[in-house]
Design a protein around this ligand. Structure first.
Ligand SMILES: [Zn+2]
Length: 144
């Protein structure tokens, strides 16, 4: 399955007079889950039609394939385009609306985000510890 890469993970671009596309991205490897910096080996010059690249994971040598769709309304802004990776990332993303959920305490939100980061990096012992801390910050569980 394909997954879209958040533009905040674009680290540098490659551009010409037609379009600007991501050149370096920091993402979790779809195979081994480590967070790594990938330099995208684009198979053509940046264009508005379709951009395809491959990159090898520095950790496991797994081959990732990337597709970038340029936003025709602002082709020189890579952040307005859409970058996809195949196979899709197994990275878990925070629940939408979590940051603005006022009934949840800040320690609970921090514990949740720490557990998520530990999980996404494949640190299973840390994930277990952070999950226990998360449960400890839940009022219903902590009072039992
Ligand atoms: Zn890997």
């Amino acid at each position: 399955m394909l997954s879209q890469i958040n533009p905040s993970q674009f680290k540098s671009d490659m551009s010409n007079n037609e379009a600007s596309i991501p050149y370096v991205v920091a993402i979790n490897c779809s195979y081994c889950r480590i967070t790594a910096v990938f330099q995208l080996n684009w198979k053509s010059n940046p264009n508005k039609m379709g951009n395809y690249a491959e990159a090898l994971c520095p950790g496991c040598s797994g081959k990732l394939k990337f597709f970038f769709l340029v936003n025709e309304n602002s082709p020189m802004s890579m952040h307005s385009g859409a970058l996809f990776v195949y196979p899709g990332s197994k990275e878990r993303r925070p629940l939408s609306g979590l940051e603005s959920a006022t009934p949840l305490s800040e320690p609970l939100k921090r514990s949740y985000n720490s557990a998520l980061v530990a999980f996404n990096t494949g640190e299973w012992n840390s994930t277990a510890v952070m999950s226990r801390r998360l449960l400890g910050n839940c009022p219903d569980v902590a009072n039992r």
